[in-house]
Ligand binder design. Structure first.
Ligand code: PRP
Ligand code: ZN
Length: 300
């Protein structure tokens, strides 16, 4: 009798600000999957990994309950649920094992245009509408501000005009939602981005190998997003100067050029994006035929 191989389950947001980039990240880690229309599970074809597409609010709970081994969610939701779970039961509900390079936004207070309220200090005796009641209560408490919290599951920005609250605390990305609702942004209480959650339960041995592989590939994917491979011809005498101009680069490969004693070819991987200013500085240092190419994969 053979055991069915254990499959890793990863929860991601079904439709929203993190969906596309979460799927893209998993694909770049090599995952190929099949997913029928409206299907909530995408089955990995080439790895023992299945992706559950769920509401972002449900991701922390699925990971806490070990229904999913991993989850990708915004720190905003993760922190809200973490505080909420801790109120019920003081055990660590999940571990945050990685911060990702997408989904940047902030949780901030906002006050109606024309309102006398300027800062959180002015909220004493007033009400704040939010979908993040645990984070907001925690913040108010830590800052000794005696304000009420009104929970809204969506459309928080209309709470002041409905007369339900004097201020709001909501996610802000571009700021256009606040602008459209005549709200002025105030204090940020949380800088958010996508993170990876892992179940608090010890991962069975047959899963750890693939989880570790996936996490290692993920490091590589994030690393190459910024990385560039740079090639150029340069005077031997300028090598030190050129190395100093290239941010985050390792020791360059220096190759001889046919029939030239004074000039060499230089190849180098830069772990940061390379801007026009850098190329201009390289040229001033005597480099020619400068080429910058994207890096496809990297395994450190
Ligand atoms: C957030 C927030 C605002 C909007 C702000 O909702 O509630 O509606 O994004 O973004 P902006 O500053 O770019 O206008 P989100 O799309 O995350 O949906 P959800 O909270 O319902 O999951
Ligand atoms: Zn949501």
């Amino acid at each position: 009798m053979t055991d069915k191989p254990a499959r890793i389950k990863i929860a991601i947001q079904k439709s929203g600000r993190l969906t596309e980039q979460s799927l893209d990240l998993l694909q770049r880690c090599g995952l190929k999957y099949t997913r029928g229309p409206d299907q909530l599970i995408a089955f990995g074809e080439n790895m023992p990994v299945d992706v559950l597409l769920v509401r972002d609010d449900d991701i922390p709970g699925l990971v806490r309950d070990d229904v999913c081994d991993l989850g990708i969610a915004g720190l905003n939701i993760v922190e809200e649920k973490r505080l909420h779970f801790l109120e019920q039961d003081p055990v660590t509900p999940f571990q945050i094992i990685r911060s990702l390079d997408f989904g940047h936004c902030r949780l901030a207070f906002a006050y109606p245009d024309g309102s006398p309220l300027r800062t959180v200090r002015d909220l004493a005796g007033k009400k704040v509408a939010t979908s993040y009641p645990s984070i907001v209560r925690d913040y108010l408490q830590r800052n000794n501000i005696d304000a009420g919290v009104v929970e809204f599951s969506g459309a928080v920005e209309i709470a002041p005009s409905l007369g339900r609250a004097e201020a709001i605390c909501d996610l802000v990305s571009t700021g256009s939602t606040l602008l459209a609702n005549k709200l002025r942004e105030g204090e940020t209480i949380l800088e958010s981005r996508a993170v990876i959650l892992q179940t608090p339960v010890a991962v069975p041995a047959e899963k750890t190998e693939w989880i570790n592989r996936l996490l290692q590939r993920l490091e590589g994917v994030m690393q190459v997003r910024e990385s560039k491979y740079i090639m150029m011809h340069a005077p031997k005498s300028a090598l030190a100067q050129i190395a100093a101009l290239l941010p985050g680069s390792e020791a360059p490969t220096v190759l001889p050029l046919d029939s030239r004693d004074d000039r060499v070819a230089v190849h180098v991987v830069c772990r940061e994006n390379v801007f026009w200013e850098t190329l201009e500085a390289l040229k001033s240092a005597g480099a020619t035929s400068i080429l910058v190419v994207p890096v496809e994969k990297m395994l450190a």
